[in-house]
Design a protein around this ligand. Structure first.
Ligand SMILES: *Cc1c(COP(=O)(O)O)cnc(C)c1O
Length: 421
């Protein structure tokens, strides 16, 4: 859990007067500092790029901040490709890691000059057909190691995952795409989600290094970048330890020196496409206590709900909860902190020791800066919260307004319904 909320009680009260709760708050300076650390850790490689996973925080203001920190983008849909383009993340700064991809999405990625990362061997022909017989000069494939790699809780076992090509298919795929005219090659994998064990990532790198060396030996294919995917976790729970990226980078660099350099692949670029560890700890959902209910348990009802932040309801995920102005108060109560959705899993915290909460208190849900607002939805007619960025100079900018009823009804034919019998 990150004990890094940037505003004192008075300033938060002031902010909530200007922007009514619930809202997301992001800390630009903390994100910039964090990204600088990430870059520093991996600068020991000849070439390194972090392609921020747009799905974690799909807001062009944030993408511009991240681009300014040197990030590229990782996209998996047409709107995400557009978001990168409008945020100044262009060309090969964008990697398109999609699956079950419609032809028009491949067409846009190709037109924008983005790196296309294919999820299946049949997509080679699909892509060529989508591009009217043309084929990109640079192509990447997503490797699924199957039983060769253990999975983790959120993403599951690789052999049960729908993503990627098998080891055998990988060899066939590079050969085929070379026949189709590809001249430059990347290799990608993504086998973890929210993983806190640093050695997991070292093993992943080793697995890709072995494959890159084998591709060179067997096919004479010289891989120019390895994309280690995302999946670096953050400590949501008190007592959990942040992944030490400097340690991870050093261990991967040692393998690079013993495997990649002797194989004649020196200069090989290392890529990540992380979202969570970049922005996750520096975003908060700020909500207000509006109801208190004592039945078989004690409940605090807040004005945000699972439609604003799905992770606790969907995965049973833990998010730290604090009460503004009561950070040091003794935790004398045990509450379920709940939202208004007609689903019993709509609980931000279950049986959580907290200080006594009064109506009107501002309740802060931590580590919501990645896969937070982005995973929101409109079920039950819920209107999603907006997003506020605290700039480096301490000023605030509303970078997404709260949804309105008009937004919700925008896809309905409200004129036609009048005459509908
Ligand atoms: C979700 C995803 C990411 C980002 O994952 P984080 O856990 O946010 O780092 C990266 N790559 C792919 C292919 C993904 O699906």
């Amino acid at each position: 859990m990150s004990d890094n909320f940037p505003l004192g009680h008075e300033r938060l009260l002031e902010l909530a007067k200007k922007f009514p709760t619930p809202f997301y708050l992001y800390d630009e300076k903390a994100i910039r500092d964090n990204m600088a650390d990430f870059t520093k850790a991996f600068s020991i490689f000849p070439k390194f790029t972090e392609h921020f996973a747009v799905k974690a925080m799909p807001n062009p203001y944030m993408l511009k901040v991240l681009a300014d920190c040197g990030c590229g983008g990782d996209c998996s849909s047409l709107p995400e490709l557009m978001l990168c383009q409008m945020s100044g993340i262009t060309g090969e700064r964008v990697i398109f890691t999609s699956n079950e991809t419609p032809a028009e999405e491949f067409q846009l990625a190709y037109k924008q000059g983005n790196i296309i990362n294919l999820d299946d061997i049949t997509h080679i022909e699909f892509l060529r057909d989508a591009l009217g017989g043309k084929f990109p000069e640079l192509i990447c494939f997503r490797y699924n190691p199957g039983p060769l790699k253990e999975g983790n809780a959120i993403i599951g076992k690789p052999e049960e995952a729908k993503y990627g090509l098998t080891r055998e298919q990988i060899f066939e795929a590079y050969k085929k795409s070379r026949d189709f005219g590809a001249k430059r090659f990347g290799l990608h994998t993504m086998v973890a989600s929210n993983e806190l064990n640093p050695d997991y990532f070292v093993d992943t790198a080793k697995m890709l290094f072995e494959l890159a060396v084998e591709l060179k030996e067997k096919l004479g294919i010289k891989i120019e970048f390895l994309d280690l995917g995302g999946g670096i976790g953050i400590p949501y729970k008190p007592g959990q330890k942040k992944v030490d990226l400097f340690e991870v980078a050093k261990k991967i660099r040692a393998l690079y020196d013993s495997m990649i350099v002797p194989a004649g692949l020196d200069g090989l670029e290392i890529k990540w496409e992380c979202g969570r560890p970049i922005t996750g700890p520096y975003g908060w959902l700020v909500t207000k206590a509006i109801h208190k209910k004592d039945t078989y348990r004690k409940y605090i009802g807040v004005d945000a709900c699972m439609a604003d932040l799905m992770r606790p309801g969907m995965y049973g995920a833990y998010h730290e909860v604090t009460v503004s102005g009561k950070e040091a108060a003794p935790k004398t109560e045990v509450y379920d902190v709940v939202g208004s959705l007609c689903e019993n899993c709509d609980k931000f915290a279950v049986q959580r020791p907290l200080p006594k909460i009064d109506m009107g208190d501002l309740v802060i849900i931590h580590d919501a800066g990645a896969h937070g607002r982005a995973m929101g939805f409109n079920y039950n007619g819920k209107l999603r919260a907006g997003e506020i960025l605290m700039r480096c100079d301490g000023s605030f900018k509303e970078i997404r307004r709260r949804e309105t009823v008009q937004d919700l009804f925008a896809t309905l034919d409200l004129d036609g319904v009048k005459d509908f019998k």
